[in-house]
Design a protein around this ligand. Sequence first.
Ligand SMILES: NC(=O)c1ccc[n+]([C@@H]2O[C@H](COP(=O)([O-])OP(=O)(O)OC[C@H]3O[C@@H](n4cnc5c(N)ncnc54)[C@H](OP(=O)(O)O)[C@@H]3O)[C@@H](O)[C@H]2O)c1
Length: 343
Amino acid sequence: MEKINLIQVGFGRVGRAFFELLKEKYDYCSGHYGLKLELRGLVRSQGAIILSSTKRVLNPSYFATDDLQYLSDWIPAITLSDLLDEFSPGVVVDCTPSDLKTGEPGFSLMKEALAKGWHVVTASKGALANHPTELSDLARKNKVAIKASGATAAALPALDVGLYSLAGTEILAIEGVLNGTTNYILTRMTEGLTYNQALEEAREKGIAEPDSSQDIEGWDTAVKMILIANQVLGTSIKLNEVKVAGIQGISREVIDKTNSLEKVLKLFGKCYREDCASPWKVEVGLALLDYDHPLATVNGTNKGIIFYTDSMGWVAVTGGKSDPRGAAAALLKDIINIYFMNF
Ligand SMILES: NC(=O)c1ccc[n+]([C@@H]2O[C@H](COP(=O)([O-])OP(=O)(O)OC[C@H]3O[C@@H](n4cnc5c(N)ncnc54)[C@H](OP(=O)(O)O)[C@@H]3O)[C@@H](O)[C@H]2O)c1
């Protein structure tokens, strides 16, 4: 039985979901994979808890309070650096916010963790979007993995398919419907709502966040697409090189026109090149899909991705939970794959 030390950073929606999932799956992972996933520390911006083992938090009464600073294990002065030095390397689970402009706090924490020999699994997008080469070089140099399923459409297995299932084929292009909020709004508009009604409904249902501008303006799709392209194709495309248009304020007339043309309107991310000597480009914008396009039936909060290849034809994957639990499950999957599958 292998004991894996975990340090979790961030305890918001995804962090809480990961913590709960870890408790729920602790016995399953040890029984099924022979992996004892030991949570050694949980770091927030103002302090951390240190744990002797996950077993301690499996007791439901441990978490009777919702906030870490009321727990007896809470230590305000402790930082991630202290925890990285305290325990032998395992995996840092990054659940911190995605700042697409600076890449922080993910960039600093990932750099330190990788340099100290810890694997990193991340749900945050900013660091990899801003510093793809520096982080992958550092991981390689220290012989550790940096895995970002949680940041690239989460429960939809986009990176796994591109990296492992398509090994040996040449990928010619990638297309994706990668944002659940905008896909929900477009789906509901097709069913008769106006843009404002659909957005309001998405907010009421907790699908859209109060500030959903990154989703609506297409930046979330853009960043997911470049993270996927950079890992799968080995490119180093930056967010400022991407042509991005979103769905903001789209009118009912456009949707009605789409219906009359017997097409489906999607917010679409594309990665392509003119020919094999040209550079790869990523673009995000509204696209009219034929009914028989594999992503045309990806509706509501669902997501999908399609890879066009030279020797396997096209391969599409759709579905995957689009919420914090789905993101948490993607983080757990990445940890298992590092150790059990040696990915
Ligand atoms: N929500 C989803 O469904 C979803 C799905 C896929 C991916 N993601 C990505 O997952 C990440 C987390 O999302 P979320 O919705 O859980 O965000 P959130 O609710 O805002 O939580 C962020 C957490 O990060 C902590 N944090 C911030 N700065 C920190 C620092 N310097 N050091 C340590 N901890 C720090 C915060 O702690 P304090 O409260 O103590 O400041 C908070 O606990 C984001 O990058 C997001 O893009 C989210």
